[in-house]
Design a protein around this ligand. Structure first.
Ligand SMILES: Nc1nc2c(ncn2[C@@H]2O[C@H](COP(=O)(O)OP(=O)(O)OP(=O)(O)O)[C@@H](O)[C@H]2O)c(=O)[nH]1
Ligand SMILES: [Mg+2]
Length: 465
């Protein structure tokens, strides 16, 4: 299969041999401002307005005056990166001047006079991509790293910059290419004695690819939570201790707690920081049942709101009163299973009371006491792990990036499902869908991304990056 290199797509986007210049620091005053030039002749262009010694060493700072004719503009530090040794892969210079908007503007003007043109948004990163210094997922990670505001968003961007996502897509790609090779070998040599792929084997490999893609999509989704704030719904029978748990996790008496069953009749939302993870806790009305006949109109509304909270949740805490026997809990959990797909944690509350059901009755449940605080730290850790289980999760992306990656993976999955449905039909069709799936995967790293899409992606970057 012919591989289309990014250069092919980009040959038409912009001539890379041009020298480009931009301010790399944000607009406004600052201690230091940086102007970057990238492209052939970057040092010579800078030399035309700098008083530089004859020999400038690579990757070391040289103090120099910038001058417009005889007039001194600013004293600055120049760093020269020879071709092959810079972020873009091209010859580049960075001029660190005083952070005056006037000085920066004049330096750009002098650069343009020396033959550079002003860079488009993201053009430096685009060149790094074209020169094979980064793949597309990593280039996007640069953008997200700059935008990161929280520890988790930052960690996820660094992981993608290191190639976390690219590696995982690369593994899927390797497996898919192997499968495609077998299918194609069967097409090319129908009569020969090549190890043919039987339908059963092909189907099992397709299924395992599909589950790997689903896993990757889930971890993208998980990563997104660390930016947006995960929604955690607290549900359970009346009096299970849902409001007590909300209060305990918040560390304040936000919701009314009372012995009367049915105290909470509406949903209550409050943001909480659970060990660096931004969450929205949603306490819900205690429900005798999730479906069936409500006792009164208010309960009917409560049921509806609880169901909506379940549908919108990223995680569900199912609170059970441990002092009660397990049978009633099982009915409730069975009803809960029908509502929404979010992961759930079983919470056995009231561990300070004599046990009616033990942890043995509900495998993997967290035993806590909202009253005494017993087990709460462990529960908070579990919530974090469930929402952010994978430290290499490629998520926490800015929204358009997450959407693009998820879209590409979804396309790959659809193609694989199509191939899976083709059991017993001619191999050509199956190969066609496998190739389409491969193209979709390659969209993540930019191997086959089209010119328009690339242009659109890089235009989201800031100028100077
Ligand atoms: N002993 C003990 N009592 C608890 C614990 N958690 C809650 N309770 C008590 O259980 C009763 C109900 O607590 P809530 O937090 O109001 O329960 P809820 O699930 O929000 O109830 P509804 O809003 O009515 O559905 C109150 O009397 C609480 O003090 C606990 O861990 N141990
Ligand atoms: Mg309550």
């Amino acid at each position: 299969m012919a591989e289309s290199r990014p250069e092919a797509a980009f040959g038409r986007i912009g001539r890379r041999s041009e020298l480009i210049a931009a301010a790399a620091t944000p607009p406004g005053r600052g201690a230091i401002g940086i102007v970057r030039l990238s492209g052939p002749g970057a040092l010579e262009a800078a030399r035309s307005f700098l008083r530089l010694p004859a020999a400038v060493g690579p990757r070391s700072a040289t103090l120099a005056w910038a001058c417009d004719g005889d007039a001194r503009l600013d004293q600055l530090l120049l760093t020269w990166f020879p071709q092959g040794g810079s972020f873009t892969g091209e010859e580049s210079v960075e001029l660190s001047c005083h952070g005056s908007p006037y000085v920066l503007e004049r330096l750009l003007e002098l650069s343009v006079r020396a033959g550079a043109r002003l860079a488009r948004p993201g053009e430096f990163t685009q060149r790094a991509f074209l020169n094979g210094r980064l793949d597309l997922a990593q280039a996007e990670a640069v953008c997200d790293l700059i935008a990161a505001r929280t520890r988790l968003a930052h960690r996820a961007a660094v992981s993608r910059l290191e190639g976390g996502l690219s590696r995982r897509v690369g593994e899927l790609r390797g497996e898919l290419t192997g499968l495609l090779a077998l299918v194609e070998a069967g097409l090319d040599h129908p009569d020969e004695d090549v190890p043919l792929l039987d339908d059963e084997h092909a189907a099992s490999r397709l299924r395992s690819l599909l589950s790997a893609i689903a896993g990757l999509r889930r971890s993208l989704q998980r990563g997104r939570l660390s930016r947006a704030g995960a929604r955690i719904a607290i549900v359970g029978r009346p009096n299970a201790g849902k409001s007590s748990l909300l209060n305990a996790l918040l560390g304040t008496q936000r919701a009314i707690v009372a012995e009367t069953p049915g105290t909470t009749r509406d949903t209550i939302e409050e943001s909480a920081d659970l060990g660096g993870l931004e969450t929205v806790l949603v306490d819900t009305a205690g429900l005798r049942a999730l479906s069936g006949e409500p006792a009164d109109p208010v309960e009917a509304l409560g049921m509806e709101r609880t169901r909506a909270a379940l549908r919108g949740a990223d995680l569900v805490l199912a609170v059970l009163d441990r002092s009660l026997p397990p049978a009633g809990h099982r009915t409730f959990l069975a009803e809960l299973a029908a509502e929404g797909e979010a992961p759930r944690i079983l919470v056995l509350n009231k561990s300070d009371l004599p046990a009616g059901s033990g942890p043995g009755d509900f495998a993997g449940a967290s035993s806590i006491s909202a009253k005494t605080g017993d087990g709460l730290a462990g529960l908070a850790r579990r919530i974090q792990e469930t929402l952010d289980a994978d430290p290499a999760a490629p998520g926490a992306e800015t929204f358009p990036v997450a959407l693009r990656h998820d879209g590409a993976l979804a396309r790959a999955a659809t193609e694989l499902e199509n191939a899976l449905r083709l059991e017993g039909t001619p191999g050509e069709l199956r190969a066609f869908h496998l190739r389409a799936a491969l193209d979709a995967l390659d969209d993540v790293t930019g191997r086959t991304t089209t010119e328009d899409v690339l242009r659109e992606i890089f235009s989201r970057f800031c100028v100077g990056k």
